[in-house]
Write a new protein. Sequence first.
Length: 391
Amino acid sequence: VFCSCNPPLLVDGLTSKEWLGVNGAEARGLTRGHIMESCCPRRPPFGTSADAGNILAWDEDDGLHAHATTRDQPVAVSVDTTEARRVEARLLIHIRHVQDRLDWLKSGSRKSFGHVPGDRVALLLDCSGGAVYNLGESLYRNMLKALAYDQLRHKDTILPLTCSNTASLVWKKPCHLNDSGFSDFLAWTASFGLSGECNLMDGLRKVSAFADNLDCIAIVLVNQPSQRSTLLVDYARQLVMGRDLKLHLVSINCDDSTKACLHEMAEVTCSSFHFYDTSAKDGEDVFSQDVMDLQKEQEGQYNLLHDLRQMISGKVGLDMVQQLHKVKSFSEWPSTSTIMERFGSEPRKAHLYEERPYLSSPEWLRDHSLRSQNLNIFQLLAPNSIVSRSQ
């Protein structure tokens, strides 16, 4: 368990999906099913004002189902308030940690390039002439410099490649970014040329020779590649097949066709993508797999927090009924309608007489005595406490 002052945000090399696998709701026991079990939701005692509004039908085979005139009508429950408040506090901490990581992903070079996963990374850069038109040379170089300081210097090895009319390796093999290597990389980002087209296929072919020594290939496009998307997607699929290798696909100010190509490439290789638009307003400039995964987690936790607070107040919405009927402590309690059907509109006065006056008392008792119903006096006087053993 982590404390709120030290959230596990900066775990190097993890995508949001991997981060959530370690720090998400499932790993922290904060899913709807976990909360249903820990808070022990129960029906309020029969006949109380809290139970008066319940209109649930109990089915012996299928469990609990809601039969309400409107979906907005709440169902009364009773929960362990102390445990529910404890879970509420844990939910709030988790929501804050997710928001902190979202803010972190949208800061620095991560806003432009996303969070580059892996420790042994090949960086395949678009160095075509279109980068000058779509982004601007000075801005492009400054963004790459920020990427080097924020992320690449923390990697174990780096293999930079340039893609213009042909692809070329900056170094002959992946290198450690020690002090001298980092200085060389910064000098290269300030001096590489921008011209021609973006021959992405040639870049993928050249990086494939080092694929077994890499765990991530980061592809940064600022212009449309010169090959058809079907060829690029098929080659990317073959490149990662049988290898523990990810792609990180970045688009900066690219057109929709380039984004569609990268998105399809990310889907077939189970990789991450990050699309950034410098001309869009803040909040709409980033479209990223990492951000989407965290936003989905956050939305689910906000919905769960709303439902938990309803439970603490003594009510739950009908959308939680399907979860409630799976919880043993709740499903063992019969519903109001079942009790009415079993004992009549006045449970404590049910079957005290028989409409057919010709039955003798022994004949009547054969059908309606406590022994024939397999009940004791406690179950008759408190019918909402224990399920009848006659079932």
